[in-house]
Structures are given as C-alpha cells and as structure tokens.
Design a protein around this ligand. Structure first.
Ligand code: SAH
Length: 399
C-alpha cells in the first residue's frame, strides 16, 4: 500500500494538558483541546499537535465529551488507512500468538477489540472463517473499505466472508447491515472447545454470540458434573451447553428473549445432547428467582450491562445487589454462584463491594474461589484501564 500525504485538520492541545502525550490514553477529552477546526465533524480524521505545532498523533473527531479517539501516537503524517492496516495486521498476529488460528477445538474468537487493539470504535469477531464487523464510531465506518481490505490482505485464505453489522452498532436507521466481502451465507456454526454454536449474526445481540465468556464456560464445565445448574440470562445457551455436555444432572436455562431460547434449543440439538436433562424458560430472571421454591447447586448470573453510562451507575449497583442476593438465597448449602458484570462503568472493586453487600444481606458465609476476567482475545491497552469491562466471581456458599 502506497501512503499518500493526507491533509487532515489539526487540533492543538492546550499547553497545560500536554501530559496526555506521556500518558497515552486513547481518548482526548474536549477540555484538552485549544481549537476544533471548523471543517471537522464527527468522525473526521484529525492530526493532534502540541503547543509548538508538532504533530504527535492521529485520531477521529467525536462530538461527545471524548473529543478525539486516538488511532496512533505518531509523528508520521500518514493516512488513517495506513494505521488501520498496521493495527489489523498486529491484532491478527496477537491471535496467532495466542494459538487461536491453530486450535482444533475452537474456531471463534474476537479478532479486533477496539482500544485494546489500538482501533477505537472497531470490533471484529471471527466465526469459522466469517468476520462480523461492527464499527461503533463514524470515523471507523467511513474507513470501512480499508478495514475490509486489511482483513482480506492479512487473513488470506483464513477469511471466507465479511458481514458488516455497523448499522446496528451506530443505531442509524439510514444504514444497512450487509455482506461486504465474499459469498453470503444464511447460517454460521462455530466451535468453542468442541461445542457447536449457531451464530445469530444477523438478528442476534452484538455480533451474534458472547465470545467473552469462553474461559468462564470452560470453568463451569469443570465444576458441574452431577450438579443441578440454573443458567440465568442464558442467551443462546453458552453455559448450558457446556454444563450438559460435561455431565450436569439437570440444567435450567432462562432468558427474557424467546428468540434466544429458540436458538438455545437448536444448539442443544446440533450438539446431540440429552434433552431430558434440560428445561428452558423465556422469562424474567428477577421474577423467576423471586418466586423460585427450590435450590440449585450452581447458579450462573450473566446479565446484560446494567450501567451503560456513569449516570446510571447507582441504579445498576442496586440491580446487581438485588440480583445477587436473590441468587445467593436460592443456592443449596455448599453451592456455587458464578456472577458477572459486563458494565464498563462498574469497576472490579465496585462489583466486589456490591456482591459483598448482597452477601451481608443474606447473613450467610461465602468464600471467593475465583476472580474472573475477559479472555486474552479481548486485550486491554495498559493506558486504557476502561477496557477491562468483564469481571466475575465464583463464590461458594457455606455448607
Ligand atoms: N451468558 C450468555 C450471554 C448473556 S447476554 C452467553 O454465555 O452467551 C445477556 C442476556 O440477558 C441476553 O440474552 C438478554 O436477552 C437477557 N436478558 C436481559 N434482561 C433479562 C431479564 N430481565 N431476565 C432474563 N434475561 C434477560
């Protein structure tokens, strides 16, 4: 690729804010900018200059309190396409290094994880050769052709097709999700630790599957032989499939979405599992737990993000506390609670405090057996701790 010299608008950092060049956080807040060029709008590529006018970075302009999303801290005046290509190449290298392309039992993983891979606003999940692309930011969306090109160049024969699901991510009704590269398909089946999953890439949530729980599902499979398991917020049955396949005595899966439950049942079928051990319910987890008149040996709580912004953190904490206290009260003595939060705005410490406060309400002893996180295909930039969004605990109730 031959880079041309771009003529992007330049934003200048206020002299007293120049520590940002040292801290390397990928978001620049509006208060740090001396000017926003008139020609620049949401998603415009911009160069970032210090007070002397020297170029120190490149990014995309944003309209919220985060004014610029950094693509690279660089002094090179090269186009965004160049950095996108380099970073996609590096992201693929990381997954190669982690062994994802050579695994005999897993062929789905996150290929690109936004800021964690130096590509803010871009998520790409890989499902058995199919890449589902989600641009969460207009800057990335405008560069989508370069993204497709870089994926083709660096994946080579490991790429079958690309489906762009950015319309959903950008919440823009004027855009359309569509096939961008390769032959369209109606059905994608991916494998995770040998278990098959139908990927609901067109109508499902996110890119169609919650890849981030892979290692936590694997952990459940080591704990559940002979046990009764309640999998709340089951979606298409990730935890349930592992539990039945590895010998749980009984599994109840529940999700508020009938579509998710229908897919869960198809997933049970394609894995040829013993259906007599499984019950699925399309219902509200809070209602179900409130009225439950029995106990389970293991309860999985994997709710959607309750805190989508800082403004609602307080309500989210109340929600997590109520949910965890309910589940704790329905655990058998000696039972295990696997509880998660995927809210970026709830820190690990706040989540632990919230779950601790739920335990205090029950007046029962609990031990922490595991503190869990997102897996390595969801890497975190050392300069962007906000990228650590998934946290989990495995607690044991006293016998
Ligand atoms: N554990 C899943 C992912 C869970 S995603 C996996 O491993 O794949 C969160 C799910 O919670 C979504 O499927 C959503 O439909 C469901 N959900 C949201 N609110 C709910 C509620 N009040 N009760 C039950 N399910 C709910």
């Amino acid at each position: 690729m031959k880079p041309f010299l771009p003529n992007y608008p330049v934003v200048h950092i206020k002299p007293e804010k120049e520590k940002i060049f040292f801290q390397r956080h990928p978001w620049i807040f509006s208060g740090a900018l001396r000017n926003i060029p008139k020609s620049a709008t949401e998603g415009t590529p911009v160069f970032i200059a210090d007070a002397k006018g020297t170029i120190r970075g490149i990014g995309f302009l944003s309209s919220g309190s985060i004014a610029v999303r950094i693509l690279s801290w660089t002094t090179e005046k090269l186009p965004v396409e160049y950095f996108i290509d380099q970073k996609i190449k590096a992201a693929i290298h990381t997954r190669e290094q982690l062994g994802f392309f050579s695994s005999a039992e897993t062929d789905c993983f996150r290929l690109i994880f936004g800021e964690g891979d130096g590509l803010p606003g871009l998520v790409v999940d890989y499902y058995a050769g199919y890449c589902i692309v989600q641009c969460h930011h207009l800057g990335m969306y405008h560069a989508r052709e370069s993204i497709y090109g870089a994926l083709q160049r660096h994946l080579g024969s490991r790429l079958t097709a690309i489906y762009d699901k950015s319309a959903d991510a950008l919440h823009d009704a004027t855009l359309e999700n569509q096939w961008a590269v390769g032959e369209p398909t109606k059905q994608i089946i991916a494998r995770e630790y040998g278990h098959k999953f139908l990927i609901d890439f067109q109508q499902g949530q996110k890119t169609g599957f919650f890849i981030d729980q892979r290692e936590n599902r694997k952990l459940l499979s080591r704990l559940c032989t002979g046990k009764s398991v309640l999998n709340t917020f089951s979606y298409t049955g990730g935890f349930s499939i592992y539990a039945i396949a590895t010998g749980a005595r009984e599994v109840v899966s529940l999700d508020i979405s009938q579509r998710a439950i229908d897919l869960l049942e198809k997933n049970l079928e394609i894995n040829q599992l013993d259906l007599s051990k499984h019950t699925s319910l399309a219902t509200d987890a809070f209602d179900y737990l409130t009225h439950l008149e029995r106990t389970f040996d293991i309860i999985v709580l994997d709710p959607p993000a309750f805190a989508k912004s800082h403004r609602v953190t307080h309500n989210a904490v109340i929600g997590y506390k109520r949910l965890n206290a309910l589940a704790m009260s329905k655990l058998a003595p000696g039972g295990l609670l696997m509880t998660y939060s995927c809210s970026q705005n709830i820190s690990e410490e706040l989540f632990l405090n919230t779950v601790t406060s739920a335990a205090m309400d029950t007046g029962i002893d609990f031990q922490i057996l595991h503190r869990l996180h997102q897996p390595a295909d969801h890497p975190v930039s050392i300069y962007h701790p906000e990228g650590r969004y998934l946290k989990g605990l495995v607690l044991k109730k006293s016998t």
